[in-house]
Structures are given as structure tokens and as C-alpha cells.
Design a protein around this ligand. Structure first.
Ligand code: AMP
Length: 489
């Protein structure tokens, strides 16, 4: 049985997916544009698989979307149906084996599969499939889903095959799949990761976020429901919907709304920007402090700070909203820096103070989250160097006390500054004059959902899936796969 450390060190997928079916033009270019719109969800690799009615074509490469494809690559991806994927970097390395979409050829045809999320029983399913003769080329969970589905497709029709796979896999997944000229979208029964359905000029689209649909000038139709399979017709004329699994509760990831998704996306019927603004307002209600200026950590803190400043103004506080930190847009997310030293340097590379808005002022600094504490520590130091008299920190999520196993890179407990420290200790460690986080109640209020319909694992330590090595899972058990003792270790 894998222990905590083993699970935490595994690859975790943090990605963006898209699937498109058009009536009479190639899907590769709109897929490419959609991947651009989803680039924030993954910068390690990008890939597209298309189907021309006879066979699949694929191009998958490491790097950003703009680097992974040139005109020739797009031209060599014929076919009006296809899927795409961007993959989030794992700490300290590149993993060519795990770039997606993942393709597999078998007796009944070819499958292309793009996955956002993380299976927690992939080892068990893999062990069973290996015993049945399946050979795996990666240690990723996406290949496990692809093989399981391929095996089921040998005996069953499409919908039954998907249903059987859903019964066997446990964890979070939003998938786009191509099979035999059809494009499928599948969201796990608890709807942990987002997936939306939209209509474009001459067809339909499935994507992790609605901003991809907007980019193509399309209309968002709705979220794909938890446990729903959507099949886009090969002629781009419509779609079919099947409910393939039930769960007693949903487990939507609150962190998508707080940090991960684009503010202009609508997820689970809520515009992310408005959720963040509302959380900013709540932050003022719960722990507002009147300072000369309130400034966001760009870009992730901006919507929170706007709501906070607005609510402060309404209460008659003389706190002025100010942009006090300039962001260098050409530096990637700091999490890909392998060492702590490099991460600290990266914060300074990424953000530089605008002295006139800080010098001689009391400052409230607003960010979406504190993970290791590197960003806040560095920024508070920068603000003092720029002449700040006081620095108060307000955070748009509750303290992150536990790892994420469901697809967001949250590291191990040892690295999380809030895992075993009080807020007062964290305040002292980051060097702030005061520090407050938002409450879990404010999150449930802003999202209009109860705690039990959200995944709050990283802020409560209580997970909506059966995670080995974690004691406070909800009362949900993984499928019983009859794996031989010790085989999945
Ligand atoms: P840290 O410096 O480790 O405390 O990280 C906090 C900063 O990283 C905040 O500014 C967040 O906006 C950002 N952040 C939060 N979660 C993640 C994540 N999973 N991946 C990358 N960046 C993140």
C-alpha cells in the first residue's frame, strides 16, 4: 500500500483539455487557438490529436503552445474532429513520457485521450490490466484510462464501455477523447475538475474553461454535469448526452475559482472574476484593516483586491486601491523553479515595486493564497525596501494545510507553511504586521454550495475521494478491483 510520501511524490496531472467537432473544416487550428486560451493550465507540453474519418494524426511536444506547433505541424493534422491538451509542469523536471493527448491503437481502432485530474487508484487498475497482457509505456494515469477503455471497447458499444471504465476508476478526471471520428467529453461523477460545452459557428466544443469557447467566438452552452458523457456528432451537427454515473455529492475544486482558472471563465455557472471579487468583499467584512493603500499581488490577487477596496470604500474607509507591484509578463509561474533559492530569485524577477505608491504608506497586500510562503516573504521584504511603513496581508483562500491529490500542485505537508503553524507564527515567518485568511464559510457562500459539495481537501485535510495514507477521507470507497495482495505497491 503506498504511504503518504509515495503518493505525494507521484506525478500529478494539472492540465487543460479541449475537444472539437466541426462540419467541414479541419479542427487543428481552432484546437490550437483553444490551447492558447488554456495555456495558464499547463506550460510543460502541448498536443493535438485529430481524426480524419479514417485515421488519427497527432502532434505532441514539450513547451508552450506557441513553441510546440508551427504552420507545418498544424497542416499535418487533417480532420474535422480532434482533441488537445496542455500539461502543467511537475516540480523540477520535464516528462516527455507524460505529454498528452495519449494515443493508443488496438483491434477496434484508435483512441486519443486528454486528461485533467488525477486517478487515485491508477496503480490498481494498471496492475489488473498488466495481468491481462496490457503493456504500459508511461507511469501516468491517463494511459491507464486509455487501456481500460480500449479493452472495454473490444466487447461493448461506446457508452457501455465508458460506463464500465467509470465504474473501475476512482479519482478526478475531466477527459476529452477521440474515437472513430467522434469526440467525447467525460467528467468524473463528483465533477472535481471543470469541463464546459459550447457551440461554435460550424460545430461544438468541449473545454476545461469557457474562455477557450470565447476565443473561438462561440457560445458557452453549459457545464458538463458530474458523471456525464457528452458525445459530439462527427458532422459537427449536434451532441448526445448520457448520464453514466452517480455520486451522492459533488466535489467541485474550490481552488479552481480561487487561483487556477482564468477570471474570465464561467465555471460551474459562476464567473470566476465575480467569485474572486465577492471573496475580496468578504475578506474586508471579515478582517478589513484601514491602510493608506490596498494593492494586489498581480495577477492572481487583483480581483480580490478590487472587491476588498470597493467594500472598504462603501464602509467609509480611506483605503485607496493602488497597483504597487509591476509584473514582468515574460517570467513563468514560480513553481517550476526547482530550488528554494531559485524560487526566491524568481519572485524578484517577476515582481518589482512601484515606489511612489508605497513609500511612506501603510499597505494592505492581497493575494489569492499562500502555499510555501516564498512569495509573501519576498514581497513583504520588497515593500519595506520600497519604503512601506506597515504591511498587512490578506489572503483570498483559507490556510492551505494539506496536499492536493486531485490535480493541483500543492506539494507535501512539509513544504506547506500552514500545515503545522498558527496564523500568528506564519505572520511572523513572512514578516507581516498582520495576516488574515478568508474563512471556509465565505468560500461556500461565494460559490453557492455547501462544504460537502466542494473539494476543500487542501484547506481541511478531508478529502472527497478514498486516498491511501490520508485518514480523513469522506465516507467514499474506491472500486473493489480484486488486485492481488501487494501487486499495486
Ligand atoms: P508560495 O510562494 O509558495 O506561497 O505560493 C503562493 C503564490 O503562488 C501565490 O501568489 C499564488 O497565486 C501562487 N500559487 C498558488 N497555488 C499555486 C499552484 N498550485 N501552482 C502555481 N502557483 C500557485
Amino acid at each position: 500500500m503506498p504511504g503518504k510520501a509515495k503518493l505525494a511524490n507521484k506525478l500529478r496531472e494539472k492540465c487543460g483539455v479541449v475537444g472539437i467537432s466541426l462540419s467541414d473544416r479541419d479542427a487543428a487550428r481552432p484546437l490550437y487557438y483553444s490551447l492558447y486560451a488554456l495555456q495558464h493550465r499547463g506550460q510543460e507540453s502541448a498536443g493535438i490529436v485529430t481524426h480524419d474519418g479514417f485515421q488519427q494524426h497527432e502532434h505532441v511536444e514539450m513547451g508552450l503552445v506557441g513553441d510546440a506547433f508551427d504552420e507545418d505541424d498544424i497542416a499535418q493534422l487533417p480532420g474535422p474532429q480532434g482533441i488537445g491538451h496542455v500539461r502543467y509542469p511537475t516540480a523540477g523536471g520535464v516528462n516527455e513520457c507524460c505529454a498528452q493527448p495519449f494515443s493508443v491503437s488496438f483491434q477496434s481502432g484508435s483512441l486519443g485521450l486528454a486528461h485533467n485530474g488525477n486517478l487515485v487508484n491508477a496503480d490498481e487498475v494498471r496492475t489488473q490490466l498488466e495481468a491481462q497482457g496490457h503493456a504500459f509505456t508511461s507511469n501516468g494515469d491517463t494511459e491507464v484510462i486509455a487501456h481500460d477503455l480500449a479493452r472495454n471497447l473490444l466487447d461493448d458499444g461506446l457508452v457501455s464501455a465508458v460506463r464500465e471504465t467509470v465504474e473501475r476508476i476512482h479519482g478526478s478526471y475531466s477527459l476529452t477523447i477521440t474515437y472513430g471520428g467522434k469526440v467525447l467529453g467525460l467528467r468524473d461523477p463528483q465533477g472535481n475538475r471543470p469541463l464546459v460545452l459550447g457551440e461554435i459557428d460550424d460545430g461544438y466544443i468541449l473545454a476545461s474553461e469557457s474562455s477557450a469557447i470565447d476565443t473561438l467566438g462561440g457560445e458557452r452552452i453549459r457545464d458538463v454535469e458530474p458523471g456525464e458523457l457528452v458525445i459530439l456528432e462527427p458532422d459537427g451537427e449536434g451532441y448526445e448526452s448520457y448520464h453514466v454515473a452517480d455520486a451522492p455529492q459533488t466535489a467541485h475544486c474550490f481552488f479552481e475559482h480561487v487561483y487556477f482558472a482564468r477570471p474570465d471563465s464561467v465555471l460551474d455557472d459562476r464567473l470566476v472574476y465575480e467569485v474572486r471579487r465577492e471573496l475580496g468583499r468578504q475578506l474586508w467584512e471579515e478582517s478589513g484593516i484601514e491602510t493608506d493603500v490596498v494593492m494586489p499581488v498581480p495577477d492572481s490577487g487583483r480581483a480580490f483586491a478590487t472587491g476588498y477596496a470597493e467594500a472598504a470604500g462603501e464602509d467609509g474607509a480611506k483605503t485607496e486601491f493602488a497597483e504597487g507591484l509591476m509584473k514582468n509578463r515574460y517570467v513563468g509561474r514560480t513553481f517550476i523553479m526547482p530550488t528554494q533559492g531559485e524560487r526566491e530569485q524568481a519572485v524578484r524577477l517577476k515582481l518589482n515595486p512601484i515606489k511612489s505608491t508605497i513609500d511612506g504608506k501603510t499597505v494592505t497586500l492581497i493575494d489569492d493564497s499562500i502555499v510555501r510562503g516564498t512569495t509573501s516573504t519576498q514581497l513583504i521584504e520588497l515593500l519595506y525596501e520600497a519604503g512601506a511603513e506597515e504591511v498587512h496581508v490578506r489572503i483570498g483562500s483559507p490556510p492551505i494545510i494539506a496536499p492536493c491529490y486531485m490535480g493541483i500542485d500543492m506539494k507535501t505537508r512539509e513544504e506547506l507553511i500552514a500545515a503545522d503553524q498558527s496564523i500568528a507564527d506564519i505572520r511572523d515567518e513572512i514578516g507581516a504586521d498582520s495576516l488574515q485568511y478568508i474563512s471556509i464559510d465565505a468560500i461556500t457562500e461565494a460559490l453557492g454550495r455547501s462544504e460537502t459539495d466542494l473539494c476543500l481537501g487542501c484547506v481541511t485535510g478531508e478529502y472527497p475521494y478514498d486516498i491511501e495514507g490520508e485518514e480523513r477521507d469522506r465516507d467514499i470507497s474506491r472500486p473493489d478491483l480484486d488486485v492481488p495482495e501487494g501487486a499495486a505497491d
